[in-house]
Design a protein around this ligand. Structure first.
Ligand code: AMP
Ligand code: ZN
Ligand code: FE
Ligand code: FE
Length: 287
């Protein structure tokens, strides 16, 4: 069976491989297509698309937007696949998110210093290597300083939504993110719904609501979805008229358990899913 991976991160956000390296690794793994879906940025897409030229593998330009979630500080994620990454409306929405991060990151550093941890913005920026700075980079600095044993502890003790150095970040409401993705030709897909830990009825309600707002698909195949979740999401998608997507959420060495295309080992995303997603994209691009 031909396989694909429609959810990956690069050094443009919090992955450890450059966009070109992700494309190369995906081709080496024998995947037919790979989507680059960095958090809140399209900065890696030119390089990724250039890396695929002349090769066999298809690179799907994408993004993963963090949006508000009712009653949760943690939010949820919406993927946009097949986007026009030069679309002005998309770029100004992403710029707003970059500005929000630029304000938030020094506040996180400040909180950590107040907690007695000498973390500077220079350190995290150096670690991010010019890419977007986020909490994973703060976590890595805390590990390097020896303040915590690993990133998990860094989040649990300092950076998680209920921890003392957490600073909330601006997020778009889902309907706004879905709207700006659609205008950029992107197929909006709810990422890893299994991580929301909702009962089937609540999940169906959420998907129904998001569909009314323009959601087109659901990420049924995902590293951390068990087979029952995968089946539930596929059947909800069929019932609601949503397309099915799938990906690993590959982050390179920053999430070493997750392999490109293979997730935790059992992931298999069939290449046949692409036809449905492309069809939605064509419809949106023609609107
Ligand atoms: P940010 O966008 O700066 O808020 O950082 C969000 C990223 O932090 C997510 O995409 C995850 O990769 C990572 N993250 C969030 N919570 C945890 C956690 N409890 N343990 C490890 N990584 C986490
Ligand atoms: Zn990430
Ligand atoms: Fe995500
Ligand atoms: Fe992701």
């Amino acid at each position: 069976m031909d396989l694909i991976d429609l959810h990956t991160h690069t050094t443009a956000s919090d992955g450890s491989l450059t966009p070109a390296q992700v494309v190369q690794a995906a081709a080496q793994a024998g995947l037919k297509a790979v989507a680059i879906t960095d958090h809140d940025t399209v900065a890696g897409l030119d390089q990724a698309l250039a890396a695929s030229r002349g090769g066999e593998i298809e690179v799907v330009p994408g993004v993963e937007i963090s949006v508000e979630r009712r009653g949760s500080r943690a939010g949820m994620h919406i993927l946009g696949l097949y986007l026009d990454h030069r679309h002005p409306g998309l770029l100004s929405a992403l710029e707003r998110l970059q500005e929000a991060r630029a304000r938030r990151n020094p506040q996180i550093a400040q909180r950590l210093r107040e907690l007695g941890l000498a973390v500077s913005m220079e350190q995290v920026e150096a670690l991010a290597g010019g890419g977007q700075v986020g909490r994973p980079h703060f976590a890595q600095v805390l590990v390097q300083m020896g303040a915590v044993a690993d990133r998990g502890e860094a989040f649990a003790r300092y950076l998680a939504a209920d921890a003392p150095a957490y600073v909330p970040k601006f997020r778009f409401p889902p309907d706004e993110a879905i709207a700006f993705l659609r205008r950029a030709g992107a197929v909006p897909i709810l990422a890893h719904p299994g991580l929301l830990r909702l009962r089937p009825r609540a999940l169906e309600e959420l998907l129904g609501r998001l569909k009314e707002q323009g959601l087109e698909g659901v990420e049924a195949y995902y590293s951390e979805h068990d087979p029952a979740t995968e089946r539930l999401l596929a059947s909800l998608a069929a019932r609601l008229g949503l397309v099915v997507s799938g990906g690993s959420d590959f982050h390179g060495a920053n999430k070493p358990d997750i392999a490109l295309g293979r997730g935790l080992g059992g992931l298999r995303v069939p290449a046949t899913l692409l036809a449905g997603i492309r069809q939605r994209h064509r419809r949106l691009a023609g609107e």
